[in-house]
Design a protein around this ligand. Structure first.
Ligand code: 13P
Length: 257
């Protein structure tokens, strides 16, 4: 982390879990475990139907609500889709785009990820842009090349002013939901490279200001060490974000110099 230049963000990705009625007891337990003075922004990205409940429930302990996906279209005959306008209207502050699960199961391409990020930015919602390599790519030494390509494609046509509202999440696919975390060195190495890619496009100052998160089996035990890395500015947390006490411990792990 480097709090001097950029925000620290702890974001939970609930994926397709929980229900509206579970939010109140979850937030009560979270609040009871949360450090009094938080050193970071805290976000919970819920399924679309729960965002509004999260917006209300999160006010009390300053937890922002986020979505997990957005349409590339503004409105119209796109059954099942949720637009950036709708997310803005219900108070979402962040939205994940390009999660590997959406790339893998829903055919989301780099072009779509870019279009989605732009739609969110138009509405003042911060996109959390996910990138990350497969195990095969890592084993073939293609990690840096592939991640750099994903970052460039996702940011295509986004200017330096809008970049300030973008968050990048490095999530190696092989570490997601597997209990296999990248070592802090592996995670730092890629996050550093992502910042270097951004520096090449936008220059030193904008690159210094972008928050880059790590995601992939981050938990209450390994968060402190991962967050101690200079280019890791927070976490995007799946499984552990469904356990209020563990999630609060990860938030508390941002209190380090
Ligand atoms: P896990 O923390 O469950 O590995 O999930 C990470 C993730 O995909 C967050 O977006």
């Amino acid at each position: 982390m480097n709090r001097k230049y950029r925000k620290t963000i702890i974001a939970g990705n609930w994926k397709m879990n929980m229900t509206n009625s579970g939010i109140k007891p979850f937030m009560e337990e979270l609040k009871a475990n949360m450090p009094k003075a938080k050193q970071c922004d805290v976000v919970l990205c819920t399924p679309a139907v729960m965002i509004q409940t999260m917006v209300k429930a999160g006010k009390d302990c300053k937890v922002a609500a986020g979505g997990q996906d957005v349409s590339i279209y503004d409105k119209g005959a796109y059954t099942g889709e949720v637009s950036a306008t709708m997310l803005e209207d219900i108070g979402a502050k962040y939205c994940i785009v390009g999660h590997s699960e959406r790339r893998q199961y829903h055919g989301e391409t780099d072009m779509m990820v870019n279009a989605k990020a732009k739609k969110l930015l138009e509405k003042g919602i911060n996109p959390i842009i996910c990138v990350g390599e497969s195990l095969e790519q890592r084993e073939n030494d293609l990690t840096m090349e592939y991640v750099a390509y994903q970052v460039k494609a996702a940011l295509s046509g986004i200017d330096a002013t809008a970049l300030r509202h973008c968050v990048i999440a490095y999530e190696p696919i092989w570490a997601i939901g597997t209990g296999k975390t990248a070592t802090s060195e592996q995670a730092q190495e890629v996050c550093e490279e992502i910042r270097a890619v951004i520096r090449k496009i936008y220059g030193a100052r904008p690159a210094r200001a972008v928050s880059i998160l790590y995601g992939g089996s981050m938990n209450a035990k390994n968060a402190y060490e991962l967050l101690a890395q200079p280019d890791i500015d927070g976490g995007l947390i799946g499984g552990a974000s469904l356990k209020p006490a563990d999630f609060a411990t990860i938030v508390a792990a941002t209190a380090q110099d």
